[in-house]
Design a protein around this ligand. Structure first.
Ligand code: FES
Length: 130
């Protein structure tokens, strides 16, 4: 799987003309409606944290909790397949849907829209109280 993702990045960068900036992708976070430009291969958790989007990550992005759960609203079919470890961990998430993924395990190679489930996100709840 990692090899396939690496090839996709190489293909994207190989098609760049001289002087052309590397391609970026749009990641939209709901319900806040914030859209961020991301580099190919960044994961959703990294993108969220770098842009002050409240997404919990109790295990630090090591696929050992389910607090970075996101619901993919657009672009789900273009995502890399889920590993067994992600699938097992995701089973523990609240508000699980058919398009749920763990933000720390999903690398972005296309435009994507994700929703952070408010009921399971402690950081989001704290931000709302202020
Ligand atoms: S931060 Fe724990 S599984 Fe993603």
């Amino acid at each position: 799987m990692e090899t396939q993702q690496t090839l996709e990045v190489c293909e994207v960068n190989d098609k760049l003309k001289e002087g052309e900036a590397p391609r970026t992708f749009k990641v939209t976070f709901l319900p806040m409606g914030v859209t961020i430009e991301a580099k190919p291969g960044q994961n959703i958790l990294e993108i969220a944290l770098a842009n002050h989007i409240p997404l919990d990550h109790n295990c630090g992005g090591n696929c050992a909790c389910s607090t970075c759960h996101v619901i993919v609203k657009d672009g789900f079919d273009k995502l890399p397949p889920m590993s067994d470890e992600e699938s097992d961990q995701l089973d523990e998430a609240e508000s699980l849907t058919l398009t749920s993924r763990l933000g720390c395990q999903v690398k972005v190679f296309h435009d994507i829209v994700v929703e952070i489930p408010q009921g399971s996100n402690q950081t989001w709840r704290k931000a709302e109280q202020h």
